[in-house]
Design a protein around this ligand. Structure first.
Ligand code: ADP
Ligand code: MG
Length: 481
């Protein structure tokens, strides 16, 4: 029943709200009572305050008189068939029994007790016994430094990032506290890395002795592989487990790296157990990371998961003003507004555009006015506005899926061609100014309702099927840049 209720709520609330507050809830429905489990207090209080009434109404709509009472607590739902009291977990700590170690995994506890650790020999490890040396330390402690420019002061707050910023601030003030781990997600160039560094910088500012490790997930993987080769996996583990805060950026690159996920999972647990802070960023919601272990994904949800959204116009203007100020350049609000209206995708591009305008102004000694900006950004804007033809879309899609353009236009209805055909039609609607009947015509004389159906289908699939979403984003990139 909770599933059905969620489906209704999904349509009612913006994706960000839904993903942040409603989606992480787990349910247990028995004896006329629906218990909802929130990953932490913050979420519980918020849902209680903002969504509970609506949840109850939806349940009533769905079930009429049979609607269950709804209660909430912090923790996770008992597994089906588990008759015991649902385990209400305290917000942090309490990492359950370490899962059985697989052949490749490494036992940690002995090491932590000071007993020699047992390390299952990884297959990649060269047979060199005594390579462990001081130099190893340097190799595995590949700590990237925090970027001092990425602070809370330089981060412009707006509707799109308000929650993420607030949560980050909380974590910085109270690392290892209630929001552990903190999972920040959202598209590229929206400020995830900036926020992550801001947290790290703030932790160090408040406590200069704090050990903060920031690294991109690829780095974690590379370091681990190196440690394995140098037979220094214990140093590796000891190092990462000794930090006060571990910041891993762009966790999506862990996908398919099983051994790294395994190692990270253990590190992760050890840190949470020790009350050390873990912060992770990702380009998508945890459940949607393909090829990532379930237990790792669900562990991400234990703390707080917040999305960073693309900035709306006011925030883009504010960011431009701030960046101009940092560069010691006078930017009128009219000019900032003009740029912000043209560049909508993300903050990184916004910064790039501003840099271009400023450089041009320096060279020519001109004032930054809307006509001047238009001229400076001519090429950039042309790119953004690049016209895409249906022809081009069909060729790109066919090539991508390794089918023929003729298949897209044909009457064939096998899965291998219908899906690409729908994707192509939907792209044509989104990227060209052609009408539905025109698009239908261009696809072998199909009816406009077929095109409409395809567009709806693709929107829906992007919600439910990560592969389609990824394909679609790839196409947008391929076709518009
Ligand atoms: P992401 O990690 O989400 O891809 P970044 O954190 O690297 O994005 O941000 C891209 C650029 O945009 C950085 O230079 C960052 O300083 C800037 N930026 C993003 N959001 C903001 C913001 N709200 N205020 C100021 N600068 C921002
Ligand atoms: Mg980043």
């Amino acid at each position: 029943i909770w599933h059905q209720c969620l489906e209704v709520l999904r349509d009612e609330f913006p994706a960000q709200q839904f993903n942040t507050w409603l989606r992480p809830l787990q349910s247990d429905h028995r004896e006329g009572q629906l218990m909802l489990f929130a990953p932490n207090r913050f979420v519980m209080d918020w849902v209680n305050e903002k969504y509970l009434r609506r949840i109850e109404e939806v349940l009533k709509d769905l079930l009429g008189g049979q609607a269950p009472r709804v209660n909430m607590k912090v923790g996770s739902a008992p597994k089906p068939g588990d008759s015991s009291e649902p385990a209400a977990e305290p917000v942090r700590k309490a990492v359950p029994v370490r899962p059985a170690l697989t052949e490749e995994s490494v036992s940690v506890t002995e090491e932590e007790k000071g007993v020699a650790a047992t390390v299952a020999e990884p297959k990649v490890k060269p047979k060199v016994e005594d390579r462990r040396s001081v130099q190893v330390e340097g190799d595995i402690k590949h700590q990237s430094f925090l970027n001092e420019g990425f602070t809370f002061e330089t981060f412009v707050e707006g509707k799109s990032n308000q929650l993420a910023r607030a949560a980050s601030m909380q974590v910085a003030e109270n690392p290892g506290g209630a929001y552990n781990p903190l999972f920040l997600y959202g598209g590229v160039g929206l400020g995830k890395t900036h926020l992550m560094h801001a947290i790290g910088n703030e932790i160090v500012r408040r406590n200069p002795g704090a050990k903060v490790a920031y690294l991109r997930s690829e780095r974690f993987v590379a370091d681990m592989v190196k440690a394995l080769q140098l037979n220094a996996i214990n140093e590796f583990k000891r190092y990462y487990r000794s930090v006060d805060a571990l910041l891993i950026d762009d966790i999506q690159f862990f996908a398919r790296k099983e051994r790294s996920q395994e190692e990270f999972f253990h590190t992760f647990n050890a840190l949470l157990e020790g009350g050390q802070q873990v912060i992770v960023t990702c380009d998508r919601f945890p459940k949607e990371i393909v090829d990532m272990e379930e237990r790792l994904k669900s562990r991400f949800g234990w703390g707080l998961t917040v999305m960073v959204e693309p900035p709306e116009l006011e925030t883009r203007v504010a960011i431009l003003m701030k960046k101009a100020e940092q560069a010691n350049v006078r930017l009128s609000s009219e000019a900032a507004f003009f740029i912000a209206q043209k560049i909508r995708s993300n903050v990184r591009e916004l910064e790039g555009a501003l840099r271009l305008v400023i450089a041009n102004a320096h060279f020519t000694g001109s004032e930054i006015t809307p006509p001047f900006i238009r001229e400076s950004l001519k090429d950039l804007l042309a790119l953004h506005e690049k016209q895409v033809s249906i022809d081009n879309i069909q060729r790109t899609v066919a090539e991508y899926y390794k089918i023929k353009v003729a298949d897209l236009l044909s009457k064939r209805r096998t899965r291998t061609v219908t899906r690409p055909r729908q994707v192509a039609m939907s792209l044509a609607k989104e990227l060209t100014n052609h009408s539905l009947p025109e698009i239908g015509d261009a696809f072998g004389g199909r009816d406009h309702t077929t095109v409409l159906h395809a567009c709806k289908k693709i929107v829906e699939l992007q919600e439910t099927d990560p592969n389609i979403r990824e394909d679609y984003q790839n196409f947008m990139r391929l076709l518009t840049t």
